[in-house]
Design a protein around this ligand. Structure first.
Ligand SMILES: Cc1cc2nc3c(=O)[nH]c(=O)nc-3n(C[C@H](O)[C@H](O)[C@H](O)COP(=O)(O)OP(=O)(O)OC[C@H]3O[C@@H](n4cnc5c(N)ncnc54)[C@H](O)[C@@H]3O)c2cc1C
Ligand SMILES: NC(=O)c1ccc[n+]([C@@H]2O[C@H](COP(=O)([O-])OP(=O)(O)OC[C@H]3O[C@@H](n4cnc5c(N)ncnc54)[C@H](OP(=O)(O)O)[C@@H]3O)[C@@H](O)[C@H]2O)c1
Length: 383
């Protein structure tokens, strides 16, 4: 009988408090995008991961945003409130480290609506208006809602009881422990946008990239990558990896692992970003892998280096004959990155190649893709 896998040592309730060792910008001086590479020190604490896993990170809110929220509420920050563990802490501490202050919970919306009879959005709280509510809330945070209704006031403890707990964010691990036994490495894009006259930043991406120092504890644990796994190194199975943007992360882990284990099958990487000059993440590493045979092919797509958008799916189609030949040799096709736009377009390209180069009808191509899924030869980790 095979042994059950050992229970991970660290989890949500008992995270490892790791430390940042190094960080560097992967996007150079690109004015349009900020993506970092992080080396996180596991402090010899025994956190284990496999390429394809993600790291769950519990961030802290931006103290400036907490200050703005306190001022909006008319609180000093010293008022004592219960944290989720029911300990009394100053509200500034609770809003920084314990509660979600960007995305408003429905409880808070209901409480504001009850206190502000003129809230025109109150009917969006009906169960059948979920999409309209999501559209209304897109780009609005807790401060926007409070400022829209200055007549609404709360007692400090009542206010925090209306907030969600600050939640973890997942990051695909960009390293292999075979190559970096005591580190976990990440590729993280800063979420940044303007909305309702204020600059907004993602909680965790800005915390990791802009607010932590080498002494800041990073609460983290591993979440397993359901089926996003390499074949065994002695299996002669080709792998095709498509990871534009931060989608590259797990494939860097895969390639480090392939090198460390002298994996047999061929490997082909598709990468895409906005500009080749600023955003060719890990370029020197791919060149070294091409030279030593860890990688056989790299195909790139730079979306903003010319008038027309060029995306990974365009280069996949361009390389269709070769792509089809790899599929027919039993290749596993992995896709990681944006779920909303990229992954569906890459899926269409996959069907198109099978039709064009496999000489199949649309129906037969769909059946081929379905068989790939059944055989675990089409694996996606998209977000
Ligand atoms: C399995 C998995 C793996 C992942 N791997 C990676 C990875 O390797 N690298 C990586 O960078 N990310 C990765 N992510 C995404 C990551 O988990 C976070 O979602 C991301 O970093 C944003 O978190 P944040 O806390 O910075 O932003 P948040 O504070 O969570 O803000 C994001 C939210 O802001 C809002 N928003 C964003 N843009 C706009 C806009 N233009 N207008 C209005 N509102 C907007 C949306 O509500 C969005 O959900 C992964 C996600 C999953 C599920
Ligand atoms: N939902 C959204 O509107 C949106 C927008 C941006 C980022 N995101 C999210 O932000 C996170 C980080 O993004 P990221 O930095 O990893 O990179 P990303 O925003 O996914 O961009 C990486 C590359 O993919 C290109 N791209 C855009 N649309 C595409 C499509 N339909 N098919 C293929 N490629 C496409 C981008 O081009 P261009 O940017 O030049 O079009 C860019 O060259 C991800 O979670 C992503 O889902 C979401």
């Amino acid at each position: 009988m095979s042994e059950a896998p050992a229970k991970p040592k660290f989890n949500r309730k008992n995270p490892l408090l790791a430390k940042l060792k190094n960080s560097r910008l992967l996007t150079g001086d690109c004015p349009k995008k900020t993506t970092w590479h992080f080396d996180i020190d596991l402090l010899g604490a025994g956190l284990e991961y496999t390429p394809g896993d993600s790291l769950a990170v519990l961030p802290q809110n931006d103290p400036e945003l907490v200050g703005e929220l306190l001022a909006t509420l008319g609180f000093s920050g010293d008022e004592l409130v219960p944290n989720p563990a029911k300990e009394e802490v100053p509200i500034r501490t609770a809003l920084t480290g314990n509660y979600a202050i960007t995305t408003p919970d429905k409880k808070l919306l209901k409480a504001i609506a009850e206190r502000a009879p003129d809230a025109a959005w109150a009917d969006l709280l009906e169960p059948d208006k979920k999409t309209d509510l999501a559209n209304f809330l897109w780009g609005r945070d807790v401060i926007d809602l409070l400022r829209a209704h200055p007549e609404v006031t709360f007692e400090p403890a009542d206010f925090v009881a209306l907030l969600k707990k600050l939640n973890i964010r997942l990051y695909s691990i960009a390293s292999s422990q075979a190559a970096n036994p005591n580190e976990v490495q990440l590729t993280v894009a800063l979420v940044e946008y303007h909305s309702h006259e204020r600059k907004r930043q993602g909680v965790c991406s800005s915390w990791l990239g802009q607010r932590i120092g080498s002494d800041t504890p990073i609460p983290c644990f591993v979440t397993p990558g359901k089926g996003f796994r390499l074949p065994a190194p002695d299996q002669d199975i080709p792998v095709i990896m498509c990871g534009p943007g931060t989608g590259i992360a797990p494939f860097r882990a895969f390639l480090q692992e392939r090198k460390a284990t002298a994996a047999k099958g061929n490997a082909w990487l598709f990468f895409g970003e906005i500009h080749e000059e600023h955003c060719y993440f890990y370029h020197d590493e791919w060149e070294a892998y091409l030279a030593d045979g860890t990688l056989d092919k790299v195909t790139t797509a730079w979306s903003r280096d010319q008038e027309e958008k060029v995306y990974v799916q365009h280069t996949i189609i361009e390389q269709g004959a070769d792509f089809w030949a790899w599929l027919e040799r039993g290749a596993i096709f992995y896709v990681c990155g944006d779920a909303e736009r990229m992954a569906p377009d890459v899926d269409k390209a996959l069907h198109q190649i099978i039709e064009t180069h496999g000489g199949k009808s649309a129906e037969d191509a769909a059946a081929y893709v379905e068989q790939m899924r059944t055989d675990k030869r089409y694996r996606r980790d998209v977000y």
